[in-house]
Design a protein around this ligand. Structure first.
Ligand code: HAM
Length: 420
């Protein structure tokens, strides 16, 4: 019979790595929680039009990468390729923007993009994100950046850098775009690149080919053409980052794959990851909420790649989670012992001890093998003679030392041994 494999480009996380995956997600979310972001759990599919309008009709994400399907009611739905549009939809739908501002929300979950799979680039991937909606204050931009940085630091990561730039605002961006297009029009670019220059000239600045790089080396840059207010905003973000002790490098050629960004834009880049080096990114989005039918309020946020952050941990030799699955492993020798250990599992677990035991009538050897594989620190061995003596044997699996503990006191004895 044929067996099944996960769809192309979709990773499985299985023990023991899955524990580290969960820990990365939890650590990044905790950084958001510490800055007052409330958790939201939003649908993984939404109206297709939400993403088309929110993310941008001309982006690769919308034109090439969406998982779109028609449901039984003939509605066009799309698996979310990113989180910001959905959060905006929920903020507007529930009127959260009519309360205290900024609305600060955090989320974690799966996102879907039909990209060409490669190391660190998946079709289903996981992000932890935040959005702070409703206040156009550069201190909030700096806070978002600092939260991401704190999350990565809390994982123990050090081999990354924060890149920062400003994409300007509604007054200076159109003017700059024209200037850039005029500059690009004079260059001997190939047909494809020329078309890109028409649609999204900023992308050409980010072209990785050396010959194109050389051609655009003297291109005008947005940061040199900022309006007074966009310039002031950018300068203040940098000032607050200094207050927060967050280091950054400016990258005036940064291009983000989503259309909604204005003013502050940032990316966290890890040097050990090869081509897919972006472990997180975000920025401010001035017009998005209005474009989605809400008030003209701006917002700022980020999405951090959980899969890539875990890969970065691997590169830096960090194991984020406790990859063992239990603390104590029961080894029953015989039916009576088994029933006693089954009975002990409830109070042990209630006391917070991760407890598992050998099922399936294994002998001593097989059960001890299970104990070793489980990652437990101790085995709780129980034989008929032990029961007669009213004890269980607590065996330290690292040293091999074994000592009897009274059956009536197993829970405190185990807790004490684990605390040592
Ligand atoms: P993004 O830069 O498209 O931004 O994605 C954020 C992060 O998700 C990336 O830096 C990367 O770590 C991870 N990521 C993206 N695509 C993949 C993939 N195919 N496989 C693995 N990881 C991936 C956003 O999605 C924005 N919504 C972030 C944001 C929130 N901006 C403002 N608020």
């Amino acid at each position: 019979m044929t067996t099944f494999q996960a769809p192309k480009g979709v990773p499985d996380y299985i023990p023991p790595t899955s524990a580290s995956f969960a820990k990365v997600r939890e650590t990044l979310l905790e950084a958001a929680r510490l800055a007052g972001y409330g958790y939201v759990e939003l649908p993984v599919f939404e109206d297709t039009a939400l993403f088309a309008r929110g993310v941008g009709e001309s982006t690769d994400v919308v034109t090439k990468e969406m998982y779109t399907f028609t449901d039984r009611g003939d509605r066009s739905l799309t698996l979310r390729p990113e989180g910001t549009a959905g959060v905006m939809r929920a903020v507007i739908e529930h009127g959260l923007d009519r309360g205290q501002l900024p609305v600060k929300l955090a989320y974690a979950g799966q996102f879907f993009r039909a990209e060409q799979p490669q190391a660190g680039r998946y079709r289903q991937f996981h992000q932890v994100g935040i959005e702070a909606v409703g206040v156009d204050d550069p201190a909030v931009d700096a806070e978002a950046i600092a939260v991401a940085d704190a999350g990565f630091r809390a994982l123990g990561l050090t081999g990354y850098r924060l890149e920062l730039t400003s994409l300007g605002d509604a007054t200076c961006r159109p003017e700059y775009r024209e200037k850039l297009q005029a500059f690009l029009a004079k260059l001997p670019l190939d047909e494809d690149t020329r078309r890109r220059a028409e649609l999204n000239p900023l992308r050409v600045l980010d072209d990785k080919r050396p010959e194109v790089r050389e051609l655009v080396a003297d291109a005008p840059l947005m940061v040199d053409h900022l309006s007074d207010s966009a310039r002031a905003h950018y300068d203040q973000v940098k000032g607050y980052l200094a207050d927060l002790g967050v280091k950054f490098v400016e990258n005036p050629r940064m291009v983000r794959g989503l259309d909604y960004y204005t003013k502050t834009c940032f990316e966290f880049v890890h040097d050990g990851l090869g081509a897919q080096s972006g472990i997180g990114g975000g920025g401010r989005y001035d017009g998005l909420m209005e474009q989605l039918g809400g008030q003209p309020l701006s917002g700022v946020g980020f999405g951090l790649g959980v899969d890539r952050a875990l890969l970065a941990c691997g590169v830096e030799g960090i194991t984020p989670g406790d990859e063992t699955r239990c603390d104590v492993y029961g080894v029953p020798l015989g039916e009576v012992a088994k029933s006693r250990l089954v009975g002990l599992s409830a109070p042990l677990r209630a006391a917070g001890v991760r407890f598992d035991l050998a099922y399936g009538g294994k002998g001593l050897k097989g059960a001890m093998k299970g104990a070793d594989k489980s990652g437990a620190k101790f085995a709780l061995v129980l034989g008929e003679r032990d029961i007669e003596a009213g004890v269980a044997q607590l065996k330290d699996l690292a040293t091999g030392e074994q000592r009897p503990v009274p059956l009536a006191d197993v829970v405190p004895a185990v807790l004490e041994a684990l605390a040592r």
